[in-house]
Write a new protein. Structure first.
Ligand SMILES: NC(=O)c1ccc[n+]([C@@H]2O[C@H](COP(=O)([O-])OP(=O)(O)OC[C@H]3O[C@@H](n4cnc5c(N)ncnc54)[C@H](OP(=O)(O)O)[C@@H]3O)[C@@H](O)[C@H]2O)c1
Length: 288
């Protein structure tokens, strides 16, 4: 049974029902997503709190740490409740400097899927996103070989559903011509609105749009308009940013990241903040 008491209710990814309010686990690894967390017990507590709050969608990657975040999820939550769906991504490695070099050749993708299964302690991955582009954002280029490799692993029964991340509209269409996708995970928030049209197009197809960096990522959102609206509503700016995303389109799923149970609880409560049409119109000016 999936709780619908979380703000936003639920969404269906293929045959998987998830709460629209999810949790992004990337911030649980060490600084710049390298190495172990400073507070191992605190990281486990955040994951357990997320599930206790009713969250059924956790976003991760073998590249976080690397390996660290997946291992924390397994330590905190395995054996997983049936309602919990862990979404992972493949397509990038980590280098010694903490960079994210692409790893989208068939052998790297196969290895990464098997590593995710191993570190998460699963026989099947619920949803795997193919991460494209680079740290600067989506980059043009064919996804066919990489996506077909994941489709092959799906046919082998190792993956339930597929998605793409950091992708251009052309790459999304190219992937969809090969096999169905259930979500797109791209950078999007109040201040970065490059995917406005894409979100509508995906909503019409019943495909989820999962913004990464919903709170600004490594550079938390800062905007005088956001501060003004938040002050008027007597709410935290992060709450306003999350409530705005939930109102933005029904196919948007939230995966805000935090390493703090206090922030996690604040975010869950804050995303329920009611926003008036006037608030929305004012917030709309930020990214336009
Ligand atoms: N597909 C991709 O290429 C890609 C790229 C990046 C991220 N992701 C996914 O997207 C998820 C979300 O991204 P993200 O975690 O990097 O960025 P984010 O959710 O935009 O922001 C996280 C940052 O906000 C802070 N924060 C969270 N709640 C707060 C609150 N209530 N008050 C003040 N600060 C707060 C966190 O610090 P504290 O830890 O101190 O709370 C953290 O520094 C990741 O976990 C990851 O799963 C995917």
């Amino acid at each position: 049974m999936v709780s619908t008491s979380l703000p936003g209710g639920t969404w269906t990814l293929g045959d998987l029902t998830v709460t629209r309010f999810g949790y992004g686990a990337m911030q649980l690894a060490g600084p710049w997503v390298m190495g172990p967390p400073a507070d191992h017990g605190g990281a486990l507590a955040v994951l357990r709190a997320a599930v206790e709050l009713g969250i059924t969608h956790i976003d991760t990657s073998e590249a976080y740490g690397p390996h660290v975040t997946n291992q924390l999820i397994r330590e905190a939550l395995h054996p997983y409740p049936d309602s919990l769906h862990i979404v992972t991504k493949v397509g990038a490695n980590r280098d010694q400097q903490g960079g994210w070099p692409p790893a989208r050749d068939p052998e790297s993708l196969r290895r990464s899927v098997h590593e995710n299964l191993e570190t998460l302690g699963l026989d099947v991955l619920d949803l795997v996103n193919l991460r494209l582009g680079d740290a600067a954002g989506p980059q043009p280029g064919s996804v066919a070989e990489a996506f077909e490799t994941l489709v092959d692993l799906q046919r082998q029964g190792l993956i339930r559903h597929l998605g793409v991340s950091n992708a251009t509209p052309e790459q999304i269409a190219e992937a969809q011509a090969i096999a169905p996708i259930v979500c797109v995970q791209n950078m999007y928030n109040l201040a970065h609105r490059q995917d406005d049209e894409l979100i509508y197009a995906l909503a019409e197809q019943g495909i989820a749009y999962v913004p990464f960096f919903p709170l600004g990522g490594f550079s938390p959102l800062q905007s005088s308009v956001l501060s003004t609206v938040a002050a008027r509503l007597e709410a935290a700016p992060m709450s306003v940013a999350l409530a705005w995303l939930l109102r933005r389109s029904p196919n948007i799923l939230l995966i805000p990241g935090t390493s703090s149970t206090t922030h996690l609880r604040e975010n869950v409560a804050g995303a329920a903040l009611p926003l008036s049409d006037d608030d929305l119109a004012e917030l709309d000016k930020i990214g336009r």
